[in-house]
Design a protein around this ligand. Structure first.
Ligand SMILES: [Fe+2]
Ligand SMILES: [Fe+2]
Length: 301
Protein backbone atom coordinates (compact mmCIF):
# COMPACT_ATOMS: atom_id res chain seq x y z
CA UNK A 1 0.00 0.00 0.00
CA UNK A 2 1.27 3.46 -0.87
CA UNK A 3 2.68 5.24 2.14
CA UNK A 4 2.85 2.17 4.37
CA UNK A 5 6.31 1.03 5.44
CA UNK A 6 6.80 -2.25 7.26
CA UNK A 7 10.08 -3.46 8.75
CA UNK A 8 10.33 -6.97 10.22
CA UNK A 9 13.00 -9.20 11.77
CA UNK A 10 15.32 -6.43 12.90
CA UNK A 11 15.68 -4.89 9.47
CA UNK A 12 16.45 -1.24 9.98
CA UNK A 13 17.12 1.62 7.59
CA UNK A 14 20.64 1.74 8.96
CA UNK A 15 22.55 0.70 12.06
CA UNK A 16 25.88 1.63 13.66
CA UNK A 17 27.65 0.07 16.58
CA UNK A 18 30.22 1.91 18.64
CA UNK A 19 30.18 1.93 22.42
CA UNK A 20 26.42 1.64 21.92
CA UNK A 21 24.19 0.56 19.04
CA UNK A 22 21.99 3.02 17.25
CA UNK A 23 19.46 1.84 14.65
CA UNK A 24 17.59 4.24 12.43
CA UNK A 25 13.96 3.03 12.33
CA UNK A 26 12.22 5.82 10.45
CA UNK A 27 13.01 9.22 9.02
CA UNK A 28 10.92 11.98 7.48
CA UNK A 29 12.42 15.37 6.66
CA UNK A 30 14.30 16.40 9.81
CA UNK A 31 12.42 14.04 12.08
CA UNK A 32 14.09 10.76 13.11
CA UNK A 33 13.05 7.72 15.13
CA UNK A 34 15.81 5.44 16.40
CA UNK A 35 16.42 2.48 18.65
CA UNK A 36 19.24 3.20 21.06
CA UNK A 37 20.84 0.21 22.82
CA UNK A 38 23.39 0.66 25.58
CA UNK A 39 25.26 -2.05 27.45
CA UNK A 40 25.13 -2.48 31.21
CA UNK A 41 27.72 -0.47 33.11
CA UNK A 42 28.92 1.36 30.05
CA UNK A 43 28.90 5.10 30.67
CA UNK A 44 27.01 7.08 28.09
CA UNK A 45 25.81 10.62 27.96
CA UNK A 46 23.42 12.93 26.24
CA UNK A 47 25.29 15.91 24.86
CA UNK A 48 23.95 19.31 23.85
CA UNK A 49 23.07 19.22 20.15
CA UNK A 50 24.31 21.44 17.37
CA UNK A 51 20.77 22.55 16.50
CA UNK A 52 18.82 25.21 18.36
CA UNK A 53 15.29 23.95 19.13
CA UNK A 54 16.41 20.33 19.08
CA UNK A 55 14.11 18.07 21.06
CA UNK A 56 15.18 14.51 21.89
CA UNK A 57 12.78 12.05 23.44
CA UNK A 58 13.75 8.70 25.02
CA UNK A 59 11.32 5.95 26.01
CA UNK A 60 12.73 2.92 27.84
CA UNK A 61 11.59 -0.24 26.09
CA UNK A 62 13.77 -2.67 28.02
CA UNK A 63 16.23 -2.48 30.93
CA UNK A 64 16.94 0.24 33.46
CA UNK A 65 19.24 3.23 33.69
CA UNK A 66 20.36 6.00 35.96
CA UNK A 67 20.33 9.57 34.81
CA UNK A 68 22.00 12.45 36.59
CA UNK A 69 19.79 15.56 36.54
CA UNK A 70 22.51 17.76 38.01
CA UNK A 71 21.37 17.37 41.63
CA UNK A 72 20.18 13.80 41.90
CA UNK A 73 20.64 10.44 40.28
CA UNK A 74 17.24 9.21 39.10
CA UNK A 75 16.57 5.57 38.26
CA UNK A 76 14.37 4.95 35.24
CA UNK A 77 12.84 1.60 34.23
CA UNK A 78 10.86 0.06 31.38
CA UNK A 79 7.95 2.35 30.50
CA UNK A 80 9.61 5.48 31.92
CA UNK A 81 10.68 8.24 29.59
CA UNK A 82 12.45 11.58 29.48
CA UNK A 83 13.21 14.23 26.92
CA UNK A 84 15.73 17.00 26.56
CA UNK A 85 15.38 20.30 24.79
CA UNK A 86 18.07 22.98 24.56
CA UNK A 87 20.26 21.44 27.24
CA UNK A 88 23.45 23.39 27.93
CA UNK A 89 25.46 20.68 29.65
CA UNK A 90 26.17 17.00 29.08
CA UNK A 91 23.76 14.70 30.93
CA UNK A 92 25.50 11.52 32.18
CA UNK A 93 23.53 8.30 31.66
CA UNK A 94 24.44 4.87 32.97
CA UNK A 95 22.69 1.64 32.05
CA UNK A 96 22.14 -0.62 35.06
CA UNK A 97 21.39 -3.51 32.73
CA UNK A 98 21.43 -3.85 28.93
CA UNK A 99 18.92 -1.18 27.98
CA UNK A 100 16.92 -0.38 24.85
CA UNK A 101 15.33 2.98 24.28
CA UNK A 102 13.10 4.36 21.61
CA UNK A 103 14.85 7.60 20.67
CA UNK A 104 12.97 10.29 18.78
CA UNK A 105 14.70 13.43 17.56
CA UNK A 106 13.17 16.52 16.01
CA UNK A 107 16.35 17.14 13.99
CA UNK A 108 18.60 14.78 11.99
CA UNK A 109 21.15 13.60 14.55
CA UNK A 110 21.73 10.04 13.35
CA UNK A 111 24.46 10.82 10.85
CA UNK A 112 26.03 13.62 12.82
CA UNK A 113 26.30 11.63 15.99
CA UNK A 114 27.12 8.22 14.69
CA UNK A 115 28.55 8.20 11.19
CA UNK A 116 31.89 9.03 12.68
CA UNK A 117 31.62 6.38 15.34
CA UNK A 118 30.58 3.84 12.71
CA UNK A 119 33.45 4.77 10.37
CA UNK A 120 35.94 4.74 13.20
CA UNK A 121 34.66 1.37 14.35
CA UNK A 122 35.27 -0.05 10.85
CA UNK A 123 38.78 1.33 10.81
CA UNK A 124 39.40 -0.04 14.29
CA UNK A 125 38.37 -3.51 13.15
CA UNK A 126 40.76 -3.27 10.21
CA UNK A 127 43.59 -2.12 12.51
CA UNK A 128 43.01 -5.04 14.84
CA UNK A 129 42.98 -7.53 11.97
CA UNK A 130 46.42 -6.29 10.87
CA UNK A 131 48.00 -7.14 14.19
CA UNK A 132 47.55 -10.85 14.81
CA UNK A 133 48.45 -10.50 18.47
CA UNK A 134 46.03 -7.80 19.44
CA UNK A 135 42.71 -9.45 18.71
CA UNK A 136 40.11 -7.85 20.98
CA UNK A 137 42.84 -5.78 22.65
CA UNK A 138 40.82 -2.55 22.30
CA UNK A 139 37.73 -4.02 23.93
CA UNK A 140 39.73 -5.47 26.81
CA UNK A 141 41.56 -2.19 27.39
CA UNK A 142 38.24 -0.35 27.30
CA UNK A 143 36.71 -2.74 29.78
CA UNK A 144 39.59 -2.41 32.25
CA UNK A 145 39.96 1.35 31.83
CA UNK A 146 36.30 1.96 32.63
CA UNK A 147 36.51 -0.26 35.71
CA UNK A 148 39.66 1.48 36.96
CA UNK A 149 38.02 4.90 36.46
CA UNK A 150 35.01 3.74 38.44
CA UNK A 151 37.23 2.36 41.21
CA UNK A 152 38.94 5.76 41.40
CA UNK A 153 35.51 7.39 41.74
CA UNK A 154 35.87 9.61 38.66
CA UNK A 155 32.77 11.35 37.33
CA UNK A 156 30.58 9.55 34.83
CA UNK A 157 31.40 12.26 32.30
CA UNK A 158 35.10 11.39 32.54
CA UNK A 159 34.17 7.71 32.37
CA UNK A 160 32.37 8.29 29.09
CA UNK A 161 35.42 10.03 27.65
CA UNK A 162 37.63 7.18 28.85
CA UNK A 163 35.32 4.58 27.32
CA UNK A 164 35.71 6.14 23.87
CA UNK A 165 39.40 7.04 24.15
CA UNK A 166 40.36 3.56 25.38
CA UNK A 167 38.39 1.86 22.61
CA UNK A 168 40.13 3.88 19.89
CA UNK A 169 43.58 4.29 21.48
CA UNK A 170 45.44 2.15 18.94
CA UNK A 171 43.34 2.98 15.88
CA UNK A 172 46.40 4.68 14.32
CA UNK A 173 48.07 1.25 14.00
CA UNK A 174 46.08 1.06 10.78
CA UNK A 175 48.90 3.04 9.18
CA UNK A 176 51.77 0.93 10.54
CA UNK A 177 53.14 -1.71 8.13
CA UNK A 178 52.16 -5.31 8.96
CA UNK A 179 55.80 -6.51 8.85
CA UNK A 180 56.65 -4.18 11.71
CA UNK A 181 53.51 -4.86 13.75
CA UNK A 182 53.97 -8.62 13.57
CA UNK A 183 57.77 -8.91 13.55
CA UNK A 184 58.70 -11.99 15.60
CA UNK A 185 61.92 -10.42 16.91
CA UNK A 186 63.08 -7.32 18.70
CA UNK A 187 62.46 -4.18 16.69
CA UNK A 188 65.28 -2.01 15.41
CA UNK A 189 65.31 1.60 16.58
CA UNK A 190 63.97 2.74 13.24
CA UNK A 191 61.14 0.22 13.36
CA UNK A 192 60.29 1.22 16.91
CA UNK A 193 60.19 4.87 15.86
CA UNK A 194 57.65 3.80 13.25
CA UNK A 195 55.51 2.05 15.88
CA UNK A 196 55.66 5.17 18.05
CA UNK A 197 53.91 7.11 15.31
CA UNK A 198 50.67 5.25 16.02
CA UNK A 199 49.84 7.56 18.98
CA UNK A 200 49.99 10.53 16.66
CA UNK A 201 48.06 8.75 13.90
CA UNK A 202 45.35 7.85 16.43
CA UNK A 203 45.19 11.49 17.52
CA UNK A 204 44.94 12.65 13.96
CA UNK A 205 42.13 10.22 13.11
CA UNK A 206 40.08 11.20 16.17
CA UNK A 207 40.66 14.95 16.08
CA UNK A 208 37.43 16.78 15.27
CA UNK A 209 35.39 13.56 15.26
CA UNK A 210 33.76 14.10 18.65
CA UNK A 211 32.18 17.15 20.25
CA UNK A 212 35.33 17.83 22.21
CA UNK A 213 38.93 17.12 21.31
CA UNK A 214 39.70 15.64 24.73
CA UNK A 215 39.36 12.14 23.33
CA UNK A 216 42.00 12.79 20.66
CA UNK A 217 44.34 14.37 23.20
CA UNK A 218 43.98 11.51 25.70
CA UNK A 219 44.66 8.97 22.97
CA UNK A 220 47.78 10.84 21.91
CA UNK A 221 49.08 10.54 25.49
CA UNK A 222 48.45 6.84 26.13
CA UNK A 223 52.17 5.94 25.86
CA UNK A 224 53.41 8.88 27.94
CA UNK A 225 54.99 7.81 31.25
CA UNK A 226 55.25 9.68 34.58
CA UNK A 227 59.06 10.02 34.51
CA UNK A 228 59.08 11.42 30.98
CA UNK A 229 60.33 8.20 29.41
CA UNK A 230 57.22 7.77 27.25
CA UNK A 231 56.27 9.06 23.81
CA UNK A 232 55.50 11.00 21.65
CA UNK A 233 56.21 14.15 23.67
CA UNK A 234 57.97 12.84 26.79
CA UNK A 235 55.38 14.49 29.06
CA UNK A 236 55.87 14.11 32.84
CA UNK A 237 53.63 13.63 35.89
CA UNK A 238 50.54 15.84 35.87
CA UNK A 239 51.22 16.92 32.31
CA UNK A 240 49.73 13.54 31.42
CA UNK A 241 45.97 13.54 31.78
CA UNK A 242 44.49 11.13 34.32
CA UNK A 243 42.48 9.45 31.55
CA UNK A 244 45.69 8.73 29.63
CA UNK A 245 47.42 7.45 32.78
CA UNK A 246 44.53 5.03 33.28
CA UNK A 247 44.56 3.81 29.68
CA UNK A 248 48.37 3.50 29.86
CA UNK A 249 48.12 1.08 32.79
CA UNK A 250 45.23 -0.94 31.32
CA UNK A 251 47.05 -1.10 27.97
CA UNK A 252 50.33 -2.28 29.50
CA UNK A 253 48.55 -4.87 31.64
CA UNK A 254 46.78 -6.27 28.58
CA UNK A 255 50.01 -6.33 26.57
CA UNK A 256 51.86 -8.13 29.38
CA UNK A 257 49.15 -10.77 29.75
CA UNK A 258 48.90 -11.47 26.00
CA UNK A 259 51.19 -13.69 23.93
CA UNK A 260 53.36 -11.73 21.54
CA UNK A 261 55.35 -12.76 18.50
CA UNK A 262 58.58 -12.53 20.51
CA UNK A 263 57.49 -13.70 24.00
CA UNK A 264 54.91 -15.63 26.00
CA UNK A 265 52.21 -13.99 28.11
CA UNK A 266 52.77 -13.23 31.81
CA UNK A 267 50.21 -14.40 34.35
CA UNK A 268 47.91 -11.67 35.77
CA UNK A 269 49.79 -11.83 39.08
CA UNK A 270 53.20 -11.46 37.40
CA UNK A 271 51.88 -8.52 35.40
CA UNK A 272 50.45 -6.71 38.42
CA UNK A 273 53.72 -7.27 40.35
CA UNK A 274 55.66 -5.79 37.43
CA UNK A 275 53.32 -2.78 37.27
CA UNK A 276 53.60 -2.29 41.05
CA UNK A 277 57.39 -2.30 40.82
CA UNK A 278 57.10 0.58 38.35
CA UNK A 279 54.30 2.43 40.20
CA UNK A 280 55.24 6.03 40.93
CA UNK A 281 58.09 5.84 38.39
CA UNK A 282 56.46 5.19 35.06
CA UNK A 283 52.89 4.31 36.08
CA UNK A 284 50.51 6.25 38.31
CA UNK A 285 50.54 4.46 41.69
CA UNK A 286 46.83 5.09 42.43
CA UNK A 287 45.86 3.74 39.03
CA UNK A 288 47.95 0.58 39.51
CA UNK A 289 46.35 0.03 42.95
CA UNK A 290 42.89 0.52 41.44
CA UNK A 291 43.69 -2.07 38.76
CA UNK A 292 44.89 -4.51 41.42
CA UNK A 293 41.61 -4.00 43.29
CA UNK A 294 39.56 -4.55 40.12
CA UNK A 295 41.42 -7.82 39.44
CA UNK A 296 40.92 -8.94 43.04
CA UNK A 297 37.19 -8.09 42.92
CA UNK A 298 36.91 -10.31 39.85
CA UNK A 299 39.04 -13.06 41.41
CA UNK A 300 41.53 -12.81 38.54
CA UNK A 301 44.33 -12.60 41.12
FE1 LIG B 1 49.29 2.00 21.80
FE1 LIG C 1 47.22 -0.63 23.03
Amino acid sequence: MDGLFIFKDKKYIDQVTGTSTLSLLAKKDDFEIMLYEIKADRPNSITPGDFPDLMEFYYIVEGALEINDGDNVVKLCKGDYFYVSNIKETVPVRALEDTKMLYVSSKPVYNLLYTYTGELKNLLEKSEQKDTYTHNHSNRVQNLSVKIAEKLGLSSEINYTIALASLFHDIGKFFIPNEILNKPAKLSEEEFNYIKMHSYYSYDLLKGKFTDDDIAQIVEQHHERLDGSGYPKGLKGDEIRIEARIIGVADSYDAMTSDRAYRKAMTPLEAIEELKSLAGKTYDADVVLALEQVLKDESVI
